[in-house]
Design a protein around this ligand. Structure first.
Ligand SMILES: Nc1nc2c([nH]c(=O)n2[C@H]2C[C@H](O)[C@@H](COP(=O)(O)OP(=O)(O)OP(=O)(O)O)O2)c(=O)[nH]1
Length: 160
């Protein structure tokens, strides 16, 4: 699969905007906003576009903070393997709007709905919330859902 972006808006109170996916891959899970890179796009351009399409928020590429680089691997479906570029964004404009794809909702950092998120997320999102930058690999078992293995490490810096 093409590489993807995943963007988490953070507000002044430190809350995180998530969306409940209403259709497609990862349906009914709460997640950040993102999707596959389109031809000719940079990762930042993709993240800005997907954020706009899925939330109605407008952000500038330079305001995105690259916080993670994750290799998502699916043992039973290697065609789904992709790199995910993970961003936080604290500066944006616009009115958050529910779309056909996503139902957006703010969560405090202490109450993210990990039981209704991708199963590896409770391992790595808390690291990002304490200001860490991470690289790693999340490998999913045959059901494309259970985590088979996860290997995350802190890094000093990341670039896209
Ligand atoms: N938070 C999180 N997201 C994950 C994990 N594994 C995984 O594939 N994803 C996300 C990353 C991407 O946002 C998405 C990849 O699927 P996709 O690009 O087909 O999603 P999409 O339907 O939103 O894409 P698009 O058609 O809009 O381009 O799934 C995971 O373990 N945690």
């Amino acid at each position: 699969m093409r590489d993807t972006t995943l963007c988490f808006p953070v507000d002044a109170a430190g809350r995180i905007l998530l969306g409940r996916k209403k259709r497609g891959f990862g349906v009914s899970k709460w997640n950040g906003f993102g999707g596959k890179l389109e031809k000719g796009e940079t990762f930042r351009q993709c993240a800005v576009r997907e954020l706009w399409e899925e939330t109605g928020l407008q952000a500038k590429g330079e305001d995105l903070e690259l916080v993670g680089l994750l290799d998502f691997r699916f043992l039973a479906a290697p065609e789904l393997n992709h790199l995910g570029y993970v961003y936080f964004v604290r500066s944006y404009e616009g009115i958050i709007t529910e779309t056909e794809e996503m139902e957006p909702k703010w969560f405090s950092a202490e109450s993210l709905p990990y039981e209704q998120m991708w199963k590896g997320d409770k391992t790595w999102i808390p690291l990002l919330l304490t200001g860490k930058r991470i690289k790693g690999t999340v490998t999913f078992a045959e059901d494309n859902d259970t985590v088979y293995s996860i290997d995350i490490h802190n890094v000093d810096s990341l670039s896209d």
